[in-house]
Structure formats: C-alpha cells, structure tokens
Design a protein around this ligand. Sequence first.
Ligand code: FES
Ligand code: FES
Length: 133
Amino acid sequence: MLYSDKVMDHFANPRNVGEIPDADGVGEVGNAKCGDIMKMYLKIEDGMIKDVKFKTFGCGAAIATSSIATEMIKGKPIEEALKLTNKAVIEALDGLPPAKIHCSVLAEQAIKAAFADYYTKKGIDPTPFVGTV
Ligand code: FES
Ligand code: FES
C-alpha cells in the first residue's frame, strides 16, 4: 500500500477544512511543479492558536498533510506552532512516499506564510520568526 492508514484517514476525513473570515493571519503557498495550492487561516488569541483552518486544492497527500498539520498546531502556543516541520508532519502520518514529500513541505510553508502575514499585519518584521517564506 502506497499510503499509510493515517494518510488515508486524513484524506478521506480531513480535519479543520474551511476558512476563518476574521483570521489574524492567512498564508497561501503553491508548488509550481504539480500546481497544487494550499491556504491556511490562523486565529490567534493570547499567544495561542485558537483556531486554524485550511483549504487545499491539491493531491491527497497535500490534503492529508494540511489536515494533520492543523491538528498538530491547534490550541498550541505560537512558539510551538512555529517549530512544526514537514518531518514532524510526515512522522505523524506514519510516512509518505518519496514523491509526496514536497506535499508536506507545502503544509509547513503554508503555516509559516500565515504567521508571516500575522506578524506583518501587526507591523512586526516576520523574518526572525519564520525566516523567508
Ligand atoms: Fe492530478 Fe495526477 S496530476 S491526479
Ligand atoms: Fe504536489 Fe501533492 S503532488 S502537493
């Protein structure tokens, strides 16, 4: 089987799908090669990820990685959410086929892009927090 049960579960029943109309940060990233697009919405309160939602126009692995990534940061402090790596996402999904590793990178980048938007809106340079996205 190409995909783990966890990937199949998050693909078939993705968590936290949708938009947050009054989001504090929105990040959109895409992969030029496959054309997939991922959008992340963050609601932040008292330094915590109060809510997070995503919309992914992409492959099954992109949907599964966005879904599990939202679960991994929801309710967590900002500092912890910023540390989320695509490696941690892959581990949480019990692995991904090599051709699908970039899908998990997209999830990490989308979250970082949403944080970059969050800091920029506050008038803070996001680079020290998220690097260059
Ligand atoms: Fe869309 Fe293969 S490129 S399913
Ligand atoms: Fe490109 Fe999955 S194939 S994000």
